[in-house]
Design a protein around this ligand. Structure first.
Ligand code: TYM
Length: 329
């Protein structure tokens, strides 16, 4: 049985990018694998959330995870901060993670640009904490979107370095995984870049039909193709990419053909896209609303998850401590 680990930061509601990038295959994966899905609330601290909001953000992700098909009987679902063993492994891995390589990470460079007033050490060592999340269960497969590829590469580097340093074959080398499909990046509705939680360019699993229609109808397009078989502009490519995951193949082909023949009407395409998104998100949204107030159930899920995750995490920490040379007096 393969061990799978995946996490999502508790920094807001989940969007189509999270779902199609990482979560779409969770349901299938948990049937055959030993899956750990967690809510990355330590990671969320890099942006200094208000203590009043922290818990509700965690709860929202928990509920949206469950509503998307994670079955806590089959998988282990837990909070990152409920597993301080992860923090210990992070500390230990930090001892052989080098400043130069951390500074060169694309996500770190991006953060320097985006939050120049808060370039904290947590941001710099973000990939080390992520590696600890994965290695604490000695996982092999990590379902993530395309944007996490470099973090996974670093995780493998840290795992290999640990093995080499202590002359052991202890950690596996985990790789990004999407159940046989290629890793993807879901673009935003603003014509450029990826869909994000705080970019104002996303459709959330929680959005109702009215909001989805409004957002999609406002999506950036271009002035329309002028020549047959003209190269597709970035905003339209992005809309096609979203259609690829939410619409039927024939629908996508239909609009691609209309584009190639210069007959496309973006209004029609957006209307269809909104409908397809609504069709997909409505059952998830209903489940979210149903679960949200079931405090007793959520408490039970989190408690059981922590217990299960602890077993594997404690085993890893015990073995890692032995390898490093810590001994009891
Ligand atoms: P986060 O919360 O930013 O994203 C969670 C997952 O969603 C994917 N994702 C996307 N995929 C495709 N298109 C998009 N527009 C898009 N936006 C987000 C991300 O690739 C990710 O898989 N660092 C992780 C959280 C994490 C983690 C881990 C993941 C912490 N520790 C250990 C796996 C294993 C992150 O950025 O989450």
């Amino acid at each position: 049985m393969t061990t799978v680990v995946s996490g999502i930061r508790s920094t807001g509601n989940l969007h189509l990018g999270n779902y199609f990038g990482a979560m779409k295959n969770f349901k299938k994966m948990q049937e055959k694998n030993n899956c750990y899905f967690f809510i990355a609330d330590y990671h969320s601290l890099t942006t200094h959330p208000n203590p009043k909001d922290l818990h509700s953000n965690v709860k929202q992700v928990l509920v949206e995870y469950l509503a998307s098909g994670i079955d806590p009987e089959k998988s282990t679902i837990y909070l990152q901060s409920d597993l301080p063993e992860t923090a210990e492994l992070y500390l230990l891995l930090n001892m052989n993670a080098y400043i130069g390589e951390l500074e060169r990470t694309a996500s770190f460079k991006d953060k320097i640009r985006k939050q120049s007033d808060n370039v904290n050490a947590g941001l710099l060592t973000y990939p080390v904490l992520m590696a600890a999340d994965i290695l604490i269960h000695n996982a092999l497969q990590v379902p993530v979107g395309k944007d996490q590829e470099q973090h996974l590469e670093m995780c493998r580097k840290f795992a290999k370095r640990f093995n080499r340093m202590y002359n052991v074959n202890y950690f596996k080398e985990p790789y990004p995984y999407n159940f046989g499909e290629k890793l993807i990046k879901i673009p935003g509705l603003d014509g450029t870049g990826k869909m994000g939680k705080s970019e104002g360019n996303g459709v959330f699993l929680m959005d109702d039909a009215k909001i989805i229609k409004k957002k999609v109808m406002r999506a950036v397009t271009d002035s329309g193709p002028k020549r047959k078989n003209q190269e597709v502009s970035e905003p339209i490519k992005n809309l096609f990419t979203i259609m690829e995951v939410v619409s039927e193949k024939e629908t996508l082909m239909f609009f691609k053909e209309k584009y190639a023949n210069c007959e496309i009407r973006y209004g029609d395409m957006k209307k269809q896209m909104a409908e397809d998104i609504i069709k997909f998100t409505t059952p998830i949204r209903e489940k979210i609303l149903e679960l949200y107030h079931n405090e007793a159930y959520l408490r039970k899920v989190v408690k059981n998850g922590q217990e299960k995750a602890k077993i594997s995490a404690q085993k890893t920490i015990k073995e890692v401590r032995e390898i490093i040379g810590f001994k009891k007096f």
